[in-house]
Design a protein around this ligand. Structure first.
Ligand code: CMP
Length: 140
């Protein structure tokens, strides 16, 4: 399997809980390589653009309000099979269904406040990485 890149976001609830370090420690201990990273506070419009694929869902308004409610940390990660491996490390979207040892089981409090985002497919990862990072910001 070739090296793959994925986009991850430590959401406002993760930053508020001071678990940025715990999340990065988990990435590093599983040999994910951070190839880009920044802290942002999204506008409503920027959050809506990022989650445009969900614009018809009933939770879209609440999700995008939450995502612009505080600071976030955005990273591009590189690893073999990075997309699937990151999703395994994050755990189920709904923390009530997340496996022990996953980041969401440890830190998430609801399906919306679920502390972390990870791309779900190669095409999504390409869009999401380019949404936040220019070519010169990705240090491969
Ligand atoms: P994320 O991986 O960032 O991708 C879309 C997000 O929408 C998801 O995590 C959840 O935080 C949120 N989400 C998904 N389903 C629901 C739901 N039923 N109610 C509220 N938020 C949801």
């Amino acid at each position: 399997m070739a090296l793959e890149r994925t986009l991850t976001i430590i959401k406002p609830d993760g930053v508020e809980q001071n678990v940025i370090g715990d999340v990065i420690r988990a990435f590093e201990s599983q040999s994910f390589r951070i190839v880009a990273m920044k802290m942002l506070h999204l506008s409503k419009q920027q959050a809506e653009g990022f989650y445009a694929v969900h614009r018809d869902k009933k939770f879209f308004g609440s999700l995008t309000d939450f995502m612009c409610s505080g600071r976030i940390v955005v990273m591009a990660l590189e690893a073999e099979n990075a997309i699937e491996r990151l999703r395994t490390l994050m755990g189920a979207t709904n923390p009530a269904e997340a496996q022990p040892g996953t980041l969401r089981k440890q830190f998430a409090t609801s399906i919306e406040r679920n502390i972390i985002h990870g791309s779900d497919a190669p095409e999504t990862a390409a869009f999401e990485i380019s949404y936040f990072f220019g070519k010169m910001e990705i240090v491969g």
